[in-house]
Design a protein around this ligand. Sequence first.
Ligand SMILES: Cc1cc2nc3c(=O)[nH]c(=O)nc-3n(C[C@H](O)[C@H](O)[C@H](O)COP(=O)(O)OP(=O)(O)OC[C@H]3O[C@@H](n4cnc5c(N)ncnc54)[C@H](O)[C@@H]3O)c2cc1C
Length: 294
Amino acid sequence: MQFIKDIYSTRAAQGRPVISFEVFPPKTAEGDRNLYEKTIPALMAIKPDYCSVTYGAGGSTREKTLQIVDEITKRHNLTALAHLTCVGHTEVQVGELLDRIQSLGCRNILALRGDPPSGTDFQTTPGGFEYASQLVKYARERGDFSVGVAGFPEGHVACKGGKHQDWRHLKAKVDAGADFIITQLFFDNTDFFEFRDSLVKAGVSIPVIPGVISILSASQIRRFTQLCGAKIPPALATRLDQLEHNDDAAAEFGIEYASQQCRELLAQGVPGLHFYSLNKSASTLRVVANLTLS
Ligand SMILES: Cc1cc2nc3c(=O)[nH]c(=O)nc-3n(C[C@H](O)[C@H](O)[C@H](O)COP(=O)(O)OP(=O)(O)OC[C@H]3O[C@@H](n4cnc5c(N)ncnc54)[C@H](O)[C@@H]3O)c2cc1C
């Protein structure tokens, strides 16, 4: 087990980017087998520094998230990052979860407000937290954790005051004790660079890690971006229209697009790349193989 904040400082000293990927708890036994027997073992080939595990809407995957964290740590000897959300939990329940995460030998959490169950608005649970910044502060006080937070290069979809206000809220998470920021997916690197530069200007010095997705199909990425509020640039939208009924070609294009995005991000000195694997290995493996990593 390593603290993720230490992984970033060690890799920075070595001049090597931190490579990590995200998985989510599957809904079926077959999905479990696929994740444990195929996806994670295959992704070990990219020599990942850590793997993050999402936490389902409203805490719906709590046990599964912990199980996968345990599996990654013990079976694969890989550092795990457990996502944890405020949705549907009191402070006491969050405290118990943090203790359980720590008892599994995991000392890394991604502190999130979380998405409410689909079609509903976020409601603060009585006795719970309203914003992720409160969870960051609580986790730091509760145990010896390295704490990451979410960042939104295009601004969070629900922030009425726009992206600059959302970035000020992000700064509050950093001030509350966050050690690193992982971003929402995006397709235009200029959004990421503007976001990063604005944070640096505001005095943020922790690692800001781009979250990268390799498109698998036109319909899937339209659905994802609609949910998270990320934009599809016009040229990309046109290309996706052309690949509407050909998922294999869309996945090939996605690999090229993500590889080009990563090359440019690395050239601009990002501290690492975090891949949204979608519990599949093929595209992430190909993208990483396309990069020159020291
Ligand atoms: C890398 C990454 C991983 C994710 N993993 C998960 C997951 O595992 N499970 C899941 O359910 N969701 C996940 N999400 C989605 C995330 O939970 C949602 O986008 C959620 O709506 C926002 O979470 P947050 O932690 O950024 O919230 P917050 O930082 O609390 O922000 C939520 C909203 O409140 C605003 N805000 C913050 N502070 C204040 C304040 N003081 N006053 C007024 N407004 C404020 C913000 O601008 C924003 O609009 C992930 C997102 C990312 C980028």
